[in-house]
Write a protein that binds this ligand. Structure first.
Ligand code: ADE
Length: 227
């Protein structure tokens, strides 16, 4: 079973996503266990301080070294980790290939930043991979951590019941997935393409490939080389 330890200042943020949908199923089936740690439990002094103003001045707060060091060291004492991943817009851009790669790991730590930054010494000491979920800035690493966990958990064996459906996903083949329809065959004049109703598997497959190609050309011309 895969184990993910998340370190965050917003542990409650993870509650609902972990208890619904795919992550809930993956946890129920014991394909993944997720442990969420409150950074504030390792905070300093009476007020359990976790952040401070940046040296050199400027706006925003920086997460301090001591709480992260205490939490990560406590985890590493218990077991070995394949990677300590920091979610940050300055990391390598996440994609399906990275999801496939991380789905093969056993133990991962995810560090969620917040406020302006985390002290660079945390990154220098522990972080083995920095991952960005895209070229836009979020207020913290919590949503990226959830994106990461959802995308990885659905690749673990036995999580999706139709193992084919994950292999046919957009990007798993390097291009976008085709359009899908279900009953009724006609709704307010909008008809399902004839090929899909034909029962002719070869014709259906050809339609799907063509539709997939058309979508990729239209929406993601940068992926055409993968077709
Ligand atoms: N934290 C803030 N923005 C982020 C992003 N785009 N990817 C990963 N972590 C982030």
């Amino acid at each position: 079973m895969m184990r993910i330890d998340v370190i965050t200042v917003l542990p409650d943020f993870f509650q609902s996503p972990l208890e619904h949908g795919l992550l809930r199923i993956a946890r129920q089936k014991q394909r993944i266990e997720v442990h969420v740690h409150n950074l504030r439990d390792y905070g300093l002094g009476k007020y359990k301080q976790v952040d401070d103003t940046p040296f050199g001045g400027g706006a925003g707060m920086v997460l301090r070294v001591e709480p992260f060091f205490a939490c990560i060291e406590a985890l590493k004492k218990e077991r070995d980790y394949d990677d300590v991943i920091f979610l940050s817009p300055d990391g390598e851009v996440y994609d399906q290939n990275l999801a496939n790669e991380f789905a093969l790991k056993s133990n991962l730590i995810l560090l969620c930043g917040h406020y302006k930054a985390i002290d660079e010494r945390i990154r220098e000491t522990f972080v083995t991979r920095t991952v960005s979920i895209g070229d836009y800035v979020l207020s913290g690493g919590e949503l990226p951590a959830l994106v990461f966990m959802d995308s990885v958990a659905r690749l673990l064996p036995g999580v999706l019941n139709d193992s084919e459906s994950m292999l046919l996903d957009s990007f798993q083949k390097g291009a976008l997935d085709c359009a899908y329809y279900t009953r009724p065959a006609e709704f307010r004049g909008q008809k399902v393409p004839d090929a899909l109703l034909s029962g002719d598997h070869k014709r259906i497959q050809q339609w799907r490939e063509k539709n997939s190609e058309g979508r990729t050309k239209k929406n993601r011309p940068d992926l055409i080389k993968n077709l």
